[in-house]
Design a protein around this ligand. Structure first.
Ligand code: PBG
Ligand code: ZN
Length: 324
């Protein structure tokens, strides 16, 4: 056959495939999440997420030290088990586990570790919603005020970056203003700009003890039928001063990652969420799939879709086992 184009020419050997690979993963892109709880010497495995545990601040420091050895140097902190109240007052106290963890991590590792915090109220409210409730409705503006205070507490404790995950309107602007007023102009905001109301957060809610007591999150998180709205949400957060835009979940939303990538010049992050992690880990444990290959295929899919940054519970295993 006389064929001018034969794409197989460039697939002939590992080296030529490597040469023409369009996407390249790097460990620099990974952010690894941690759940932090009260107490001392605590390492509580989370049943729903094989390989992931809750740590108290002392065991956290030791685990981060191990992670640093394989290149896990950007972490995202979630607080679990603080006192819950109607107004989420404990979310912005000076001595939350998150604030304590930030101080201790920065003291131990300084600039060798980049500490990002999740800013949301759901682990701190009695009802488990991401904002405060009155008249049976999650109140937007009142929630933004509390979220901004929470972000400020984290910045004061030494957080390198804050990441609001609540989906209230205007919270990036609210946080930016309060941070700036208090001298934290240089603390970046990674906004969960496009966060869908999703069943893929199930295992996380066990991990963070943050499931809404009644109702769902559809009045603030996005409807998964919508893609154009995602671009609008991203643009709004950019206009409010977000430094990084995140899409969440990731695997079922690769089209959205791509759309957001095409619509902004900001870095785009994706969050490979808990159920996406759990499905792969459980299926691999059951011998039904090749865990390593599936995980690495997923990581490349995020990159190919346009993500510059990947937040994933897989990061530690990938680097520890030298899969890239
Ligand atoms: C808090 C928050 C959630 C996740 C990140 N931040 C849960 C939620 O919104 O219900 C989900 C992360 C995951 O599933 O891995 N708002
Ligand atoms: Zn929340």
């Amino acid at each position: 056959m006389s064929l001018l184009s034969r794409p197989r020419r460039l697939r002939k050997s590992p080296l030529v495939r490597e040469l023409v690979a369009e996407t390249r993963l790097s460990k620099d892109m990974f952010i690894y999440p941690y759940f932090i709880t009260k107490g001392n010497g605590v390492i509580q495995p989370i049943d729903a997420m094989p390989g992931i545990s809750r740590f108290s601040v002392d065991t956290l420091v030791r685990d981060v030290e191990q992670g640093l050895k394989v290149g896990i140097n950007k972490v995202l902190l979630f607080g679990v088990g603080e006192d819950k109240s109607e107004d989420a007052g404990s979310a912005h106290a000076d001595h939350t586990v998150v604030a304590d963890a930030i101080r201790l991590l920065k003291k131990n590792f300084g600039d060798d570790l980049y500490v990002i915090t999740d800013v949301c109220l759901c682990a701190y409210t009695t009802h488990g919603h991401c904002g405060v409730i009155s008249h049976d409705y999650v109140q937007n503006d009142a929630s933004v005020d509390i979220l901004a205070k929470m972000a400020l507490t984290h910045a004061r404790a030494g957080a390198d970056m804050v990441a609001p995950s609540d989906m209230m309107d205007g919270r990036v602007a609210g946080i930016r203003q309060l941070l700036d007023k208090n001298g934290f102009q240089d603390t970046p905001i990674m906004s969960y700009a496009v966060k869908f109301a999703s069943a893929y957060y199930g295992p996380f809610r066990e991990a963070a003890d943050s499931a809404p007591g009644k109702g769902d999150r559809k009045s603030y998180q996005m409807d998964f039928r919508n893609g154009r709205e995602a671009v609008r949400e991203a643009a709004l957060d950019e206009s409010e001063g977000a430094d990084i835009l995140m899409v969440k979940p990731a695997l079922a939303y690769l089209d959205v990652i791509r759309d957001v990538r095409m619509s902004t010049e900001l870095p785009v992050a994706c969050y490979n969420v808990s159920a996406e992690y759990t499905m792969v880990k459980k299926a691999a444990e059951a011998g039904l799939i090749d865990g390593q290959r599936i995980i690495m295929e997923n990581m490349h899919a995020f990159t190919r879709a346009g993500a510059d940054i990947i937040i994933t519970y897989h990061a530690r295993e990938i680097l520890e086992k030298g899969w890239m």
